[in-house]
Design a protein around this ligand. Structure first.
Ligand code: ATP
Length: 293
């Protein structure tokens, strides 16, 4: 029987390092990011129907359900690029990734839709071909398609493998504010950066897979000009409970800590409840999206 429904798990990411290298003439920024997929995911279910439209449902009230949704844009771009006729699809999003959090929640959903549609329509596109469609929707979408542990350069779309992060526990804490990524870049344009992360040192640490060294070298330049409420307390609690390193992800406000022991991460999570609404202990994963059989 022909498949009429495909499900994907679309994983969130954190930035183990984020440096803005330069502002480009086209207004975008050249970046250096060590990106890591984590086990926190949205579930995307794409169902075929005969509506000739793209419709969306989501378990969260504040996510747009129209063409502003990145999932919608991804589906639209897929049909345009492949020249396949859309007889009608419905996309259901079960959101677990906090949004406007610096964890690429929207880009993950876009990636999940592209991977799902590739399977649903038997388009047979390679991962690289899906990434070519994905980058038109957003710079983080190619990473969210490939995922794992990658060095991202250019606007975030030039991806190269680095050695996978060793098994560890990642504590995520998102204070109850959202940060607009456009605003964050504007702040960089106006303020510049005071300190430049040690990119070569981080690449060497990644190569040797030394978790403590990697965690100690984590740095995000957005932290130099984006204020996150309670960040100092959140980081202190993570460190007091044994975090090997702490850092902000993307343009914030999510702060994460790397632990080598789940109990320590759980204890820190317990102590963070007064400072952050969205808290989770998770692990690194080796893919950006997974088809659910
Ligand atoms: P990044 O790390 O790429 O900067 P982010 O975590 O800061 O991502 P998103 O979760 O992608 O930000 O959401 C940013 C905005 O995009 C939200 O405020 C929301 O209105 C809009 N948006 C559109 N589609 C989606 C989607 N599928 N999921 C989440 N947000 C979406």
């Amino acid at each position: 029987m022909k498949t009429e429904e495909v499900k994907t798990k679309a994983y969130a990411k954190i930035n183990l390092m984020l440096d803005i290298v330069a502002k480009r003439a086209d207004g975008y920024h050249d970046l250096f990011m060590i990106m890591q997929s984590i086990g926190l995911y949205d579930t995307i279910t794409v169902t075929q129907n005969k509506s000739k439209k793209i419709t969306i449902s989501c378990n969260m009230d504040d996510i747009p359900l129209d063409e502003k949704n990145i999932a919608y844009k991804a589906a639209d771009a897929f049909f345009q690029s492949t020249k396949k006729k859309n007889k009608g699809i419905h996309i259901d999003i079960v959101k677990r990734i906090p949004h406007a959090a610096g964890m690429a929640g929207g880009s993950a959903d876009g990636a999940g839709v592209l991977v799902a549609l590739n399977a649903l329509t038997d388009a047979g596109l390679t991962e690289d071909e899906l990434c070519e469609i994905g980058v038109k929707i957003g710079a983080d979408v190619p990473f969210c398609i490939k995922g794992g542990t990658l060095l991202a350069q250019g606007i975030g779309d030039v991806l190269n493998k680095v050695k996978p992060l060793r098994k560890c526990y990642i504590l995520i804490a998102k204070p109850d504010v959202g940060v607009n990524t456009g605003y964050a870049y504007k702040q960089f344009d106006e303020c510049g950066k005071i300190h430049t992360p040690d990119k070569l040192g981080m690449l060497c640490a990644m190569q040797s897979r030394d978790l403590a060294d990697i965690a100690a070298r984590m740095e995000n330049v957005f932290e130099q000009f984006i204020d996150v409420p309670n960040k100092v307390d959140i980081k202190s609690i993570m460190r007091e409970n044994g975090a090997l390193g702490v850092c902000m992800s993307g343009s914030g406000p999510t702060v994460f800590g790397i632990f080598d022991d789940r109990e320590k991460a759980n204890a820190a999570a317990e102590n963070l409840k007064v400072y952050a609404k969205d808290i989770a202990v998770t692990v690194p994963v080796s893919k950006g999206c997974r088809l659910v059989k």
